[in-house]
Design a protein around this ligand. Structure first.
Ligand SMILES: [Zn+2]
Length: 177
């Protein structure tokens, strides 16, 4: 950030009085522009025993497989965001149920929340951010071509708890590289 989004004056990076870390502070109006971690919401969506995966049409990790997931929008609940992402990426209608996993990724300032979310119908097709989408049996999951470690973690926890009516979420912190 170079200029204040409130008044347009240049912004400088300094520790505001009473604070303990550098912030973007406006040299004109004095506003402190806080930057906080972002929330990613997504789902493991199943139809019977098969799991929905999407092959990414966008960077990063274009061409690799992922779960329907993305950044939470302003004014949206985590469940609403998960439903929206499933529709945008796979034209999938889902029943968002339990929290499956919460992953902290402090090195990229993200928190990822995944739900267990059965598909309401098996009809899926690629949305604009996907090259293709598919329903995979457990043994057919493309483990070597998954886009992110958290996708693997969420899929494994889903599989391990798939018969439990109430699951304990998988809560983990990604190691700093
Ligand atoms: Zn300002």
């Amino acid at each position: 950030m170079k200029f204040c989004s409130t008044c347009g004056a240049p912004v400088e990076v300094r520790v505001p009085p009473g604070d303990d870390r550098p912030r973007h502070v406006c040299s004109g109006c004095g506003e402190v522009h806080y930057v906080n971690p972002r929330v990613v919401v997504g789902s493991v969506c199943a139809w019977e025993e098969r799991l929905l995966l999407c092959r990414r049409a966008i960077e990063p990790r274009r061409g690799l497989w992922t779960l329907p997931a993305g950044f939470l929008e302003q004014g949206e609940t985590t469940a609403e965001g998960a439903r929206r992402e499933a529709w945008e990426e796979a034209r999938a209608r889902i029943d968002v149920r339990d929290v499956l996993a919460v992953y902290d990724l402090p090195h990229i300032s993200q928190v990822q929340v995944f739900f267990r979310a059965p598909l309401l119908a098996p009809d899926v097709e690629a949305g604009p951010e996907s090259l293709e989408v598919g329903l995979f049996a457990w043994d057919a999951v493309p483990w070597d071509d998954l886009a992110f470690p958290t996708v693997r973690w969420a899929l494994r926890h889903y599989h391990a708890t798939r018969d439990q009516p109430r699951l304990t979420p998988d809560v983990r912190t990604a190691p700093r590289p």
